[in-house]
Design a protein around this ligand. Structure first.
Ligand SMILES: [Zn+2]
Ligand SMILES: [Zn+2]
Length: 309
């Protein structure tokens, strides 16, 4: 075991301790404010269990993507020394990388099958932040980190930025914080913005993919503000209603497999079921998020006409 392994294990242990303490304090404060919703404690226990298992499993197979980063370091075009300023630049670029990864995770079913785990709770609290998939190193989107290493950033700096970003995002998962100062809400992702991201209301679908900065959503047209007259309803378009960890982790992979076992469908349909948006179907029997938005009048009529063609 190297010194860097020991540092990583200590940081990981420290973060898990902070996260679990926050879950307990938030649970206590929420109960002082209002009655817990049905199943909230059981759901939180499920989330924490999934989180601990994902930390163990993803830690054990992290060499897949970490190895790729160090392999890419041998091919980089230059070397960018790690200073406070370059680390800040690396963080912003890695946050843009996170935006791209997160948007793909919602629009490509192969990656959604992993990310759906995080969205499959009907509650919204710090415990839900820990509800993570065990398969994130196998989706291929970790490769989006390679360009940062290829242009010269140290792989350790890139990984460090990812850890800080994930820690920031943990604290977005709460209903105890309403709104932060306007300038902060404009630049940074906040509990309000991320509540929208976890909501199943048609007007909130496919919005607010940002990690630490929300400016990417504003720039790329995916921002949606939380409206006082439209409180977020949390969960999936079709909730799975289970505490079974294996079903939570693998239900969408099983659904993909079932679709691939359809007889008599062409290659285009098979690729659609694997890489198309969630809700894709070869015969139009299911609804994508666009279909749901059209049905509820969220997409404007002009867009309806163009996209229906
Ligand atoms: Zn998401
Ligand atoms: Zn989240």
């Amino acid at each position: 075991m190297t010194a860097s392994d020991i540092v990583q294990i200590n940081i990981g242990t420290l973060l898990i301790g902070v996260y679990l303490t926050a879950v307990v304090i938030e649970g206590f404060l929420s109960r002082m404010r209002s009655k817990p919703r049905t199943g909230e404690t059981r759901d939180a226990a499920t989330c924490v269990g999934l989180g601990l298992l994902s930390a163990l499993f993803n830690g054990a197979v992290a060499f897949v993507s970490v190895g790729a980063l160090f392999w890419a370091a041998d091919l980089r075009v230059g070397t960018i020394p790690t200073t406070f300023a370059t680390l800040a630049v690396c963080f912003v670029l890695d946050d843009l990388r996170f935006y791209a990864h997160h948007r793909i995770a919602h629009r490509c079913r192969w990656v959604w099958a992993m990310h759906v785990v995080h969205h499959s709770s009907t509650h919204y609290n710090y415990a839900v932040a820990l509800r993570q998939a065990w398969t994130k190193h196998f989706t291929g989107t970790m490769m989006l980190k390679l360009p940062l290493v290829l242009i010269g950033f140290d792989p350790v700096a890139v990984l460090f930025c990812g850890v800080v970003n994930a820690a920031y995002q943990f604290f977005l998962h709460t209903q105890l914080i309403d709104r932060l100062p306007r300038w902060f809400e404009f630049v940074f992702n906040t509990p309000s913005h991320h509540r929208v991201h976890h909501a199943r209301n048609p007007q909130y679908l496919d919005a607010n993919y940002g990690g630490t900065l929300i400016i990417w959503d504003r720039l790329f047209g995916t921002f949606e503000g939380e409206q006082a007259n439209e409180p977020p309803e949390f969960g999936l378009v079709k909730n799975i209603d289970t505490y079974n960890p294996l079903r939570i982790e693998f239900h969408e992979y099983a659904a993909v497999l079932r679709d691939q076992l359809h007889r008599g469908i062409g290659l285009r349909a098979r690729l659609g079921y694997l890489f198309g948006p969630p809700g894709y179907s070869h015969d139009g029997s299911r609804q994508t998020t666009e279909d749901i938005k059209r049905l509820h009048g969220v997409l404007p009529p002009a867009a309806q006409a163009v996209e229906a063609n």
